[in-house]
Design a binder for this molecule. Structure first.
Ligand SMILES: NC(=O)c1ccc[n+]([C@@H]2O[C@H](COP(=O)([O-])OP(=O)(O)OC[C@H]3O[C@@H](n4cnc5c(N)ncnc54)[C@H](OP(=O)(O)O)[C@@H]3O)[C@@H](O)[C@H]2O)c1
Length: 129
């Protein structure tokens, strides 16, 4: 078979095989980096969906305790209930509307009241694509 004339199905399979390896390596690297925050507290805004939720999942896998912030209380509770037992981490949910002027103050007061010393802030809340 002349090089470059492989059937497209073979090319597609080779592409997916390589893509899968790249994703696995990237994922392993990210998990290792996330271990930096093991046992520390992170506040993640926009934690109920999308990128913020993905950050929570990765941080939890690395052993980071989480304060989950967004408006949808049920989504936050569901995520907290999933991550806490799975990774033996502490989670707190702080339903807050960050479009309100009092939003940041509410999170600050919440963490103070709970005696949480925040080591990491992922300020991600906003409109998605
Ligand atoms: N996706 C992209 O391609 C892309 C590209 C560049 C930048 N970004 C930025 O990355 C961030 C996340 O994007 P995404 O795609 O993950 O968005 P997404 O899926 O729409 O999620 C947005 C998150 O922000 C929360 N949120 C929205 N308004 C809020 C408010 N007023 N108060 C508190 N929480 C609020 C939402 O939760 P509730 O609805 O429960 O409040 C949700 O958890 C955004 O800031 C976006 O601008 C995204």
């Amino acid at each position: 078979m002349v090089r470059g004339s492989e059937p497209s199905a073979v090319k597609a399979l080779a592409f997916f095989w390589i893509q899968e390896r790249v994703v696995t390596i990237t994922h392993t690297y990210t998990r290792c980096r996330m271990k930096t925050w093991q046992g520390k507290w992170a506040v993640v805004t926009g934690a109920s969906a999308g990128i913020g939720k993905a950050f929570c999942i990765e941080l939890a896998a690395g052993g980071t305790n989480l304060v989950l912030v967004a408006r949808r209380r049920d989504h936050l509770s569901e995520l907290a209930a999933m991550l806490s037992p799975r990774h033996s981490i502490k989670t707190e949910t702080c339903p807050t509307d960050l479009a309100q002027p009092s939003g940041c103050e509410e999170i600050f007061t919440f963490t103070q009241r709970k005696g949480i010393e925040v080591d990491l802030l992922i300020n991600n809340a906003g409109f998605g694509a």
